[in-house]
Ligand binder design. Structure first.
Ligand code: NDP
Length: 375
């Protein structure tokens, strides 16, 4: 058909026949920044399943997970997820990091219905797949969404992974959505980073009342994004300041550690309130003790803690996780294109500067996202 002819032409222009290998930043072993290697010899990924889409990456962004994965975090479980029956090569290397992508579709499997070559798309690449610090990446069409028209690729790449995480944590674990969040009191700890700056905007778009903790010098940023109350955790009396406020319906904890000790009592007791933490020991337990022992140990610890918290205060205690979800990104696209959610890009780097981008991430104190322009 005519439409197919147009798609073929777009495909030829975007993806020339000689594209057998591509440039990428890879690691060949786990370690510090020294293990990052630039190469132009990585085989270009192909559409191997009928529902696959092949994307040309225009921009990627970095998340704390990239630093952890560079060091080997999650290796045991992710390796199993990549190759459940251990049928393929036993090595995950060369491994491409990078979890966010904004780019253009260049090829589609035979059963792909929502995308065609030439479409501008964005996605969060699951950690068990080859990442976006590369010229091309292959994903399932269910993980991909059309990119907001109002954003450049660099801006768009700052959103998918934190958005997928926030939607999964606040929605699935926290029970909030556009219909239920109005006037709910939500506390976000660590609100100045990637997940926090997105979550503030999502919750405000849903009509929630948002209190956050962050450093004093991030107050302007988080207020600009809509935070109603801002508590400086470096002042030392943050728990007391928060205790003096009305109780919360949901807490999204981006900090973990001792935060739980003082933050759990801030929730409204016996009213279905929820504590959702993104800082969980699941993957590190599995790395340390193996899939079975580590998984069982982490699961038991969560179960015991959740029961004890439920029995003593009626509060639901849950772990939040990133979950790949193209349709969820469609909802985010609408919020972005209607001006309700802005990208928060703190720093951007060119493709040759990927090691510097990792150094920036290692320094901590993120104020939004670090983005890499790939092409
Ligand atoms: P970022 O690094 O982007 O942001 C962290 C923010 O927290 C920084 O702005 C930092 O600024 C601030 N911060 C640090 N310590 C405190 C504190 N004690 N109180 C308040 N703020 C603090 O991380 P992300 O937003 O991307 O992710 C947040 C957490 O969630 C990370 O631990 C990440 O690993 C985890 N995560 C887990 C996922 C999962 O699937 N379970 C998925 C995504 C993220 P400053 O130090 O200047 O105060």
């Amino acid at each position: 058909t005519g439409a197919e002819g147009v798609h073929e032409e777009a495909h030829k222009q975007l993806f020339p026949e000689d594209a057998g290998s591509m440039s990428a930043w890879v690691i060949d072993q786990y370690g510090t920044n020294a293990v990052l290697r630039y190469t132009e010899d990585v085989p270009t990924p192909a559409v191997s399943r009928p529902t696959d889409v092949l994307l040309k990456v225009h921009a990627a962004s970095l998340n704390p997970l990239d630093l952890s994965m560079r060091g080997g975090y999650g290796a045991t479980l992710l390796k199993l997820r990549r190759d459940p029956l251990s049928l393929g090569s036993s090595s995950e290397f060369p491994l491409v990091l990078g979890r966010d992508v904004s780019g253009i579709v260049v090829d589609c499997g035979t059963e792909v219905t929502h995308f065609a070559p030439g479409d501008e798309v964005w996605a969060a690449v699951p950690p068990w797949k080859q990442g976006s610090l590369a010229e091309f990446v292959t994903l399932s069409e269910y993980e991909v969404s059309h990119k907001p028209q109002s954003l450049t690729h660099t801006e768009a790449a700052s959103i998918p992974y934190v958005a997928s995480t926030a939607l999964s944590a606040l929605g699935n674990a926290g029970g909030l959505c556009a219909e239920t969040a109005a006037n709910k009191r939500v506390l976000i700890t660590g609100a100045s980073g990637g997940v926090g700056t997105f979550s503030i905007q999502l919750l405000k778009a849903w009509g929630a009342h948002v209190t956050v903790t962050c450093s004093q010098n991030a107050e302007g940023l988080v207020r600009g994004l809509g935070a109603d109350e801002v508590v400086d955790y470096t002042a030392g009396d943050a728990p007391l300041t928060l205790e003096a406020m009305d109780r919360f319906d949901v807490i999204l904890d981006n900090v973990g550690g001792e935060t739980e000790l003082w933050a759990l009592p801030l929730l409204r007791p016996w009213s279905g309130s929820k504590y959702v933490t993104l800082v969980t020991p699941l993957l590190s337990h599995i790395d340390l003790m193996g899939l079975l022992s580590g998984g069982i140990q982490a699961g038991c610890a969560l179960h015991n803690k959740a029961i004890q918290i439920m029995l003593s205060s009626g509060v639901f205690y849950r772990w939040g996780f990133y979950a790949p979800d193209g349709p969820a990104l469609d909802l985010v696209r609408n919020l972005v294109d209607s001006g309700k959610i802005l990208p928060v890009v703190e720093a951007h780097f060119s493709f040759p500067q990927v090691p510097q981008a990792f150094v920036k991430l290692e320094q901590g104190h993120a104020r939004g996202k670090t983005v890499v322009r790939v092409t």
